[in-house]
Design a binder for this molecule. Structure first.
Ligand SMILES: Cc1ncc(C[n+]2csc(CCOP(=O)(O)OP(=O)(O)O)c2C)c(N)n1
Length: 790
């Protein structure tokens, strides 16, 4: 690498800029006042609670100043993703130095008063978090939970051919499962239509109190690992600033030029051969430029530099002087002018306008968000001449609608479908009529629907699907994640982080709203006939509803027309996480499209055509939520109505789960009066629910009639068995539902007792039949709703 990339003058200035960023970082962690050290440091100038992570910060400051230079030199459209986002002082400090911070937060002005506030607010009550949090301009990745930086970065560059994401990967972070797999993302990147990710593995050697694996294997082994993942690694290693600046500058130029060469070769020759993308391994001391030795212990270059290297001087008096020496070592008087503003000859090193990484619109994706062009979902309706009409499988009906969303937005290139190798299995085969799976590794005869450019993203890593989609949404595009219901749990924690991001950004006026994160969960718990227990887990819903009501929505469309209506709504929505649970197997259809639109708009309602309590108060409410519970409930209602015709039954179907909560808990919540009207104040409610039953209690515990709500759902009884037997194992089947009703309706008297006996016998007959024939009884398989029409 050229050791003279930088002129001495430029090197000197860049080093000064780096010192300024380091100074601001230490200031943020420690200082309450006296931001320019105009007077000797006193105890009163130091914060009481010292929080933050120093160790990663100087390395990230170093990277940032060097990225600024190449952005200017090559006029790059670049954003910065901080994997070890706990190094918040680096991104906050750098966006302050480049001016974006004060533009967004004028109170944090570019002068001494602003500096004082910048320092004080960091990790301070009422201030900002210590990570690259949503409050930080230029950030699409908080980095609090490690592991997702590279996936987010790839999501950001899909369909952004001119964008480069500089992604700092912590060497500790690199040990996480999601990150370790994310290196493979290059096999899913089209060099023509997508941008580039430049990973910078920050090999500072340590995590919180351990060495990192990458740092303690032979350099050659590390190099081979990275090469094995398809990248060309460039090492920048050392600790002596001058040499490191030259090395980093030369290496970055090489990497950017490699990227440009790859892209222009691909774009000019229409050559999509999978390139070896460059990446950088920056090996620098942890806590670089910080205190070397404190109280006899080595700090710089060890794990001890991870958080705050010096303790509270109130309890460690000697540390006050060490802190002052440390701060003064950056020579702030050379960096800031009399007003406390970064000197102009240094400030001019930063890019200008939207080329500043803190001001790049890609990092505030809502600014770039364009509405999807939407087909009319009504045109994809399943024909439902009467309730109970057999259907082909609800997701198979949805497929053509998604296909046409894809087609209509092909030109805008802002819609993708993500999934871990299940798009076909989940019934969305229609997508492949208009697009392919994006795939940039080898193909052989008999492969299907693989192409360098495609809009279906399938890697067998739920983490990548989630991370890519999040990155895609955060940079202003739209998408759907289709997944087996049981395995969506793999990304529980990623969902958490995204939901937190949405909650915080919803209240930051300068952050524009982004498209919702849409999950289509199918191949669900009730229809895992051949996969069995491992594939039966509807618990993601319980997890999701823990999150802020303003952010989460959960939908259980009972049939295909409802699924179309709900999906249309979700794709148009903003800044939510929408969870839609739907079946893919042939199942009865209940509502015409008109009825479905009304039902889904209300989210919950009485199915009048299935009820017979129009003239008088009901004796029992049969409620259902989910496609299979709806089927079993209607079958139960038909048994009740045939055998106990006097009984007045009301059927309530729930599409929007959040309707069950009170409006004080969720904006969709039904008022108490409306809830009482549907569920009565005092009649038994038999509630058949798709997932774990206790959630319904959790959502309704404040309601008048809560003590009468009897819920059936999945209670962790599963195996490989017939569809109906799955419901029997969990007492959700029609026979149990009828027996539940009879138990709560003493007025059914002997008729009820006799019916119950018949149903118990039926359950035994069912078991005997499936044991012998391996399929459900004909009367179950062929059951059709014979009641009145919708
Ligand atoms: C998933 C996850 N596990 C654990 C932690 C706790 N944690 C915070 S920082 C850190 C070490 C990070 O090391 P590295 O990625 O190398 O960053 P750096 O050394 O640059 O700070 C750990 C384990 C976390 N934030 N996220």
């Amino acid at each position: 690498m050229n050791a003279n990339t930088l002129t001495p003058e430029l090197l000197h200035k860049m080093d000064a800029y780096w010192r300024a960023a380091n100074y601001l970082s230490v200031g943020q962690i420690y200082l309450y006042d006296n931001p320019l050290l105009r007077r000797p440091l006193t105890l009163a100038d130091v914060k009481h609670m010292l929080l933050g992570h120093w160790g990663t910060t100087p390395g990230q400051n170093f990277i940032y100043v060097h990225l600024n230079r190449v952005i200017k030199k090559y006029d790059l459209d670049m954003i910065y993703v901080s994997g070890p986002g706990h190094g918040g002082p680096a991104v906050v400090g750098n966006t302050y130095l480049e001016g974006t911070y004060s533009e967004i937060y004028p109170n944090i002005s570019r002068d001494e008063a602003g500096l004082q506030k910048l320092f004080k607010q960091f990790s301070f009550p009422g201030g900002i978090p210590s990570h690259a949090s949503p409050e930080c301009p230029g950030s699409i990745h908080e980095g609090g939970e490690l592991g997702y930086s590279l996936s987010h970065s790839f999501g950001a560059v899909f369909d952004n051919p001119d964008l480069i994401v500089a992604c700092v990967v912590g060497d500790g972070e690199a040990e996480t499962g999601p990150l370790a797999t994310a290196w493979q993302s290059t096999k899913f990147l089209d060099p023509i239509t997508d941008g580039a990710v430049l990973p910078i593995l920050h090999l500072n050697g340590y995590k919180i109190s351990n060495p990192t694996v990458s740092a303690r294997i032979e350099r050659e082994e590390l190099e081979q690992f990275i090469r094995g993942c398809g990248w060309t690694p460039y090492f920048v290693e050392g600790h002596e600033p001058e040499a490191m600046h030259q090395l980093m500058a030369g290496t970055l130029e090489k990497a950017i030029e490699d990227i440009h060469k790859i892209q222009s070769k691909a774009r000019h020759n229409n050559d999509t051969t999978r390139p070896r993308w460059p990446m950088i391994i920056l090996a620098s001391p942890k806590g670089w430029t910080g205190p070397k030795v404190v109280d006899g212990l080595q700090i710089e270059g060890t794990f001890r530099a991870h958080q705050v290297p010096l303790s509270d001087p109130a309890t460690h008096p000697g540390h006050l002087k060490l802190l002052e020496d440390w701060l003064r070592s950056y020579r702030p008087e050379e960096l800031f002018d009399a007003r406390g503003r970064l000197k102009s000859e240094l400030a001019e090193l930063a890019p200008e306008g939207e080329r500043r990484m803190g001001a790049n619109p890609h990092a505030n994706g809502g600014m770039l968000l364009r509405d999807l062009r939407m087909p009319d979902f009504r045109e994809y309706a399943a024909d439902v001449p009467a309730p109970g009409t057999p259907g082909i499988g609800d997701t198979h009906v949805l497929g053509p609608f998604l296909r046409d969303v894809m087609k209509l937005n092909n030109e805008q290139r802002n819609f993708r479908v993500f999934g871990p190798d299940e798009t076909l299995s989940n019934g969305l085969e229609a997508l492949f009529e208009v697009t392919q799976r994006q795939w940039n590794a080898a193909t052989v005869a008999n492969d299907e629907w693989l192409a360098p450019s495609g809009r279906v993203m399938e890697m067998l890593s739920e983490h990548q699907c989630e991370g890519w989609l999040e990155g895609y949404l955060l940079t202003g595009r739209h998408g759907v994640f289709n997944c087996y219901e049981a395995f969506i749990h793999i990304i529980d924690s990623m969902f958490n982080q995204h939901a937190k991001w949405l909650k915080v950004t919803a209240h930051l006026p300068w952050r524009r709203k982004i498209a919702s994160l849409n999950y289509l969960l199918t191949s669900h718990v009730w229809r895992q006939d051949h996969n069995g227990f491992t594939h039966q887990d509807p618990g993601f819903i319980d997890h999701v509803v823990n999150k802020k009501a303003e952010v989460v929505r959960v939908y259980f469309p009972p049939d295909a027309n409802c699924l179309l209506s709900v999906t249309d709504h979700c794709l148009r929505s903003r800044h939510y996480v929408n969870v839609v649970v739907a079946g893919k197997h042939p199942a009865p259809q209940w509502l015409t499209m008109d009825a479905a639109v009304k039902h889904c708009s209300e989210g919950i309602g009485i199915w009048q055509w299935a009820s017979n309590d129009q003239a008088v108060a009901p004796d029992v409410v049969m409620a259902c939520c989910g496609d299979v519970p709806t089927l079993e409930t209607l079958a139960a209602v038909s048994i009740l109505r045939e055998h106990l015709p006097e009984l007045k039954i009301r059927v309530v179907n729930v599409v929007d789960l959040m309707k069950l909560q009170t409006p004080s808990e969720h904006p969709h919540g039904l008022s108490d009066a409306d809830f009482d009207e549907l569920f009565t104040r005092d009649k038994p409610v038999i509630f058949a629910y798709h997932a774990y039953p206790w959630l319904i209690h959790r959502l309704t515990y404040r309601r008048t009639n809560h003590h009468n709500i009897h819920v059936r759902g999945y209670k962790e009884e599963g195996t490989i068995t017939t569809p109906f037997d799955m419901t029997v194992l969990n007492d959700l089947d029609r026979f149990h539902l009828v027996m539940d009703a009879i138990d709560r309706l003493p007025q059914t008297g002997d008729q009820g007792i006799y019916l119950k006996q018949q149903l118990k016998d039926k359950l035994i007959a069912h078991k005997q039949y499936i044991d012998k024939h391996g399929q459900d009884l004909p009367e179950i398989r062929n059951w059709r709703w014979k009641g009145e029409s919708a």
